[in-house]
Design a binder for this molecule. Structure first.
Ligand SMILES: [Zn+2]
Length: 320
């Protein structure tokens, strides 16, 4: 039986489900949000999860949901990094009325995913079980700019543009229960009850710290009652605390990286200073981190932050 948790009225966490890839995100939990007429799947996840997700929705989960797949109107990835959406091809086939609703900058890359697949392979590596996606028909994609409201019948999902982690990132706010789904825009982690502070996800090459902080502030203004970040899609702290920490951590890591690049420190030294910062504020954990592996081997360093600083200060060199 697939574990299902009703985390708020009509919002169900499915799993976490095994993604069956290389372990970069070994377990993640999609959410099902159910309205009177329609339902939405948030963070649909990878191909390896799609079958179990559909089974759980259809009634083979615990507790039994028995939601008619015809009622699924939206698949909403917070962004199109493929471990959030690579299962879409399977889900769209089995949910005939569903459309993928994503940021307008991501939409063209789902319709024509050659570049998305290639860049994912580059980042994840060839033999990593890297997620890939087949083209999604344009008539099954809804391009969002932020500010839209998706009506599920008696419940509305508000789309908040939260770029920074990626230039095509959104958060989703359930107005009925004031539940906020932040994707990767306020840290990401593997976190069960009693878990730890989320680690800012600053790996993507197009990471932008100023925009990430703006997004965090916009999310704080919503005064959410509960918050879910990607990974196990749970947070053990209040929305306000989680979002304050996200801003503080973004700025602290920016400062460490900028100083390190100005002093021309080697990448491994800067990464070590970042880890020391994470330790100093309590142990921070990223999603999918294997604690049996020594830290310096686990961490690729804050490479998205380096790239961002390089764009802002072209005279500085990327750490080696
Ligand atoms: Zn991401």
């Amino acid at each position: 039986m697939i574990p299902i948790t009703e985390v708020a009225d009509g919002i169900f966490k499915i799993g976490p489900l095994d993604t069956r890839n290389n372990g970069a995100t070994p377990w993640t939990a999609p959410f099902l949000v159910v309205g009177k007429e329609r339902a939405a799947i948030l963070e649909p996840g990878e191909k390896g999860q799609a079958d179990e997700l559909l089974q759980a929705i259809g009634g083979r989960g615990d507790p039994e949901l028995k939601i008619d797949l015809n009622r699924i109107a939206y698949l909403i990835p917070t962004h199109i990094h493929l471990h959030h959406i690579a299962g879409a091809n399977i889900l769209l086939e089995r949910c005939p009325n569903a459309k993928v609703a994503c940021h307008q900058r991501g939409a063209p890359h789902l319709a024509e995913p050659t570049r998305l697949n290639e860049s994912t392979l580059q980042v994840w590596g060839q033999d990593s079980g890297c997620p890939q996606i087949a083209p999604i028909p344009e008539n099954r994609i809804i391009a969002l700019a932020g500010g839209e409201v998706l009506d599920l019948g008696g419940r509305e999902l508000e789309i908040i543009e939260t770029v920074g982690h990626a230039p095509h990132h959104i958060a989703v706010f359930d107005r009925l229960t004031k539940t906020l789904f932040t994707g990767d825009s306020a840290g990401a982690f593997h976190l069960g009850p009693g878990g730890r502070r989320a680690r800012p996800d600053i790996l993507p090459p197009l990471f932008d710290v100023d925009r990430a902080v703006d997004s965090v502030r916009r999310m704080r203004a919503l005064k959410a009652r509960r918050i879910f970040v990607f990974g196990w899609n749970a947070a053990s702290y209040t929305p306000n605390q989680t979002l304050r920490w996200a801003e503080k951590d973004y700025r602290a890591v920016e400062k460490i990286c900028l100083e390190g690049m100005q002093k021309k420190l080697p990448a491994v030294k800067i990464a070590q200073k970042v880890e020391e910062y994470y330790d100093s504020v309590g142990r921070i954990q990223g999603h999918g981190e294997d604690e049996s592996v020594p830290r310096e081997q686990r961490s690729r360093g804050p490479i998205g932050m380096y790239a961002y600083i390089k764009r802002k200060y072209p005279d500085l060199e990327l750490p080696k």
